[in-house]
Design a protein around this ligand. Structure first.
Ligand SMILES: [Zn+2]
Ligand SMILES: [Zn+2]
Length: 341
């Protein structure tokens, strides 16, 4: 059932991705709006727990329990299993089963390949609780490989300029690096200090990112012709002045919208998203076979309308407190190294 703190399972006595402190939380992934500190107990994948620890410190929850994908856990009268969501490292959909009914809460997800995390798994269910960050027909993300090609073409065209790419610190930054590496690009890629801990964690978990160095330690000559990643909010900060004549880029599903690109003064918008686009959302809703759809956050109305016209029961949950990671300021998080200049 929906509650002000998020979706709640009374039979199991737990919330999923609660937006305020609760006794027992099941958490889908490490983004800060879904994974908050201060719960009594947290059940999540090992990666999500580690990412929460990196962000909030050791005491982020009273107790923690790590669950592997497909491992069944009994909570009260409910059976809970985690399934890959393809969103970021460790991200999971949560399936809850009781009395012959299966409800799946997607968390955030995408149904396209990502070299940095386990691919999305379709889980048939009776009720599907979905996000809708890009839940409008205008959002079609296209091929991320083509966007990376655009970036590398620009790098080749302007060998004296740095390419400064705004990207969310958890997930997007590491995926971009991995996508760039897939093309054979083997020069060092530079990072804003706010991205260091998470990126090193991805590397420790076996995600191959090649040579990744802090921009802080590089000279202006090294940065000419280089690619550097930073939180979107730092694109126009003092920090960016160390780069020679930077080309400002931003990797986000929102870059489909020209006004957004202009708002961030982006010269080279890259449409790369860690969320399903309109086709992905609707295809997934249909494929789950669910007769009932709840939409947690994002552009809820269009997806609810689409579901109803397909003969499904559907409702928006309007959960307050889930944001959009590309719009938030990763550099402002407390454990980031405070590299503001
Ligand atoms: Zn997310
Ligand atoms: Zn979200």
């Amino acid at each position: 059932m929906p509650t002000p703190a998020g979706v709640y399972c009374a039979l199991g006595g737990f919330h999923i991705d609660p937006t305020r402190p609760v006794e027992k939380a099941v958490i889908t992934h490490g983004h800060s709006d879904h994974a908050r500190a201060g719960h009594g107990a947290v059940l999540a994948t090992q990666e999500t727990l580690d990412l929460m620890r990196l962000r909030y410190g050791e005491g982020f929850a009273g107790a923690t329990q790590a669950v592997r994908y497909a491992e069944a856990v009994t909570l009260g009268g409910a059976k809970v299993t985690f399934h890959p969501a393809g969103h970021v490292l460790g991200s999971a959909q949560v399936a809850v089963e009781a009395n012959g009914t299966r409800i799946v809460a997607s968390g955030d997800y995408k149904d396209v390949p990502d070299p940095t995390c386990v691919p999305f798994e379709l889980v048939p269910c009776d009720v599907f609780i979905t996000e809708a960050t890009f839940g409008l027909p205008v959002f079609r993300h296209g091929d991320p490989g083509a966007e990376i090609a655009k970036l590398l073409h620009s790098v080749a065209l302007f060998p004296e300029r740095a390419h400064l790419v705004g990207a969310y610190s958890l997930g997007k930054a590491q995926r971009l690096i991995a996508l760039i590496r897939q093309t054979g690009y083997d020069k060092p890629i530079y990072l804003h200090g706010a991205m260091e801990k998470i990126t090193r964690y991805y590397q420790r978990r076996g995600v191959d990112l090649g040579r990744v160095e802090l921009a802080r330690g590089a000279g202006k000559a090294d940065l000419a012709g280089a690619i550097a990643l930073c939180p979107p909010s730092t694109l126009k900060e003092l920090w960016s002045r160390r780069f020679p004549d930077p080309v400002t880029c931003f990797a986000s599903g929102w870059m489909r919208v020209r006004a957004r690109a202009r708002q961030y003064l982006v010269e080279l918008p890259l449409v790369i998203s860690d969320h399903a686009d309109w086709d992905g959302l609707t295809a997934t809703v249909a494929a789950t076979g669910a007769a009932e759809v709840w939409v947690t956050h994002g552009q809820e109305d269009a997806l609810v309308h689409w579901s109803v016209t397909r003969g499904l029961k559907a409702r928006p949950l309007d959960i307050v407190g889930y944001g959009d990671e590309d719009e938030t300021d990763a550099a402002a998080e407390p454990t980031d190294s405070g590299e503001s200049s």
